[in-house]
Design a protein around this ligand. Structure first.
Ligand SMILES: [Zn+2]
Length: 257
C-alpha cells in the first residue's frame, strides 16, 4: 500500500539510482500520454520527487506521474539485466545509457509537460507534509469545510490533506484519541489541529524508517492489531470495515471517543 512516505522513499531511491541517465528508449501502455512521447528520447533524467501518493519523475521539462495504488512496483535494473516479470506486463519501461526503469501494475501513469502536470496536481491535492509548501492552517481549514463528514472518511480524501493512506489514518486517530465515526463538527478545533500536527510527525517518522530500511511496524499502535491489548490502556483493539470507504479500521474504544 502506498502512502505519502512510501511515495517519497521511492522517489529518493530513484533519484539516486537512475541519476544522470540519458533516455534512449521509452515504452508505455498508458493512455494518459499528453505529449509526443518521443520528445523524451535524448533527454536526461533530472530527478524525482513525490506529491501526496504520486511519484514524479523529471526529464528536463517533461514529467511522468506514477500512482502505484495497491500493487504497483518500480524497479531499476542494469540495462542488459532480465526483468523480474515478462516485458508484456510492464506499464512503463524507460531505458537510459546504463540502466532501465520498469514499472509494473501501476494503474496511473501520466506523461506531460512538467509545469502543466505539477500545476494540475497542486490544484487537486490538499497540503502534503513532506512537501516544502506544507500548510498546517490550510489543512485544518480544509477539514473544517466538511463538518458533516466522518473524520475516518475525510482523512483519506486527498484533496483535503494529501498522502494519508489507511495505515496512517488509523494511527493518527488512535494517537489523537478520536473515534473514526465522529463527525468533524463533533471534534474540537484543538483536536483537529492535533490531527494535522500528528500527521506531519508520523509521515516524517515513517519516511525516516523507510529510508533506513526499517519496518514501520516498529511504531504502529493499532493498525493490524485486532484483539491485541491497547498499548495505552490494555483494552482489546477492535476491528471493523468503515463505510462507505470500505477500509480496515482498528480502534481502542476506551482511548478513542
Ligand atoms: Zn486504549
Amino acid at each position: 500500500m502506498v502512502e505519502g512516505p512510501t511515495a517519497r522513499a521511492y522517489s529518493i531511491k530513484i533519484s539516486n539510482e537512475f541519476k544522470d541517465e540519458v533516455i534512449s528508449e521509452i515504452f508505455t501502455r498508458s493512455k494518459k500520454v499528453l505529449i509526443d512521447i518521443r520528445e523524451i528520447i535524448g533527454r536526461k533524467f533530472s530527478g524525482a520527487t513525490s506529491l501526496g501518493k504520486n511519484i514524479l519523475l523529471f526529464f528536463e521539462d517533461i514529467a511522468i506521474r506514477i500512482h502505484l495504488m495497491l500493487y504497483g512496483t518500480i524497479h531499476i535494473y542494469r540495462k542488459n539485466d532480465e526483468l523480474i516479470k515478462p516485458k508484456e506486463r510492464a506499464r512503463l519501461i524507460i531505458i537510459g545509457n546504463n540502466k532501465k526503469l520498469v514499472v509494473f501494475n501501476a494503474p496511473i501513469i501520466e506523461i506531460n509537460k512538467k509545469d502543466f502536470l505539477i500545476d494540475n496536481l497542486r490544484n487537486t491535492l490538499g497540503p502534503d507534509p513532506l512537501n516544502e509548501q506544507w500548510d498546517e492552517e490550510k489543512a485544518l481549514k480544509n477539514l473544517l469545510n466538511f463538518p458533516n463528514e466522518k473524520i475516518g472518511v475525510i482523512l483519506l480524501n486527498q484533496s483535503i490533506i494529501a498522502g494519508i493512506g489507511n495505515i496512517i489514518r488509523n494511527e493518527i486517530l488512535f494517537r489523537v484519541g478520536i473515534n473514526p465515526e465522529r463527525k468533524v463538527s463533533e471534534i474540537s478545533k484543538e483536536k483537529l489541529n492535533n490531527i494535522v500536527k500528528i500527521y506531519y510527525e508520523l509521515s516524517h517518522e515513517f519516511l525516516d524508517l523507510k529510508l533506513n530500511s526499517r519496518s514501520i511496524r516498529e511504531i504502529l499502535m493499532v493498525y493490524n492489531k485486532f484483539n491485541q491489548s491497547c498499548k495505552v490502556c490494555g483494552n482489546k483493539i477492535i476491528f471493523y470495515i468503515q463505510q462507505p470507504i470500505k477500509r480496515k479500521t482498528f480502534v481502542c474504544s476506551n482511548c478513542q471517543r
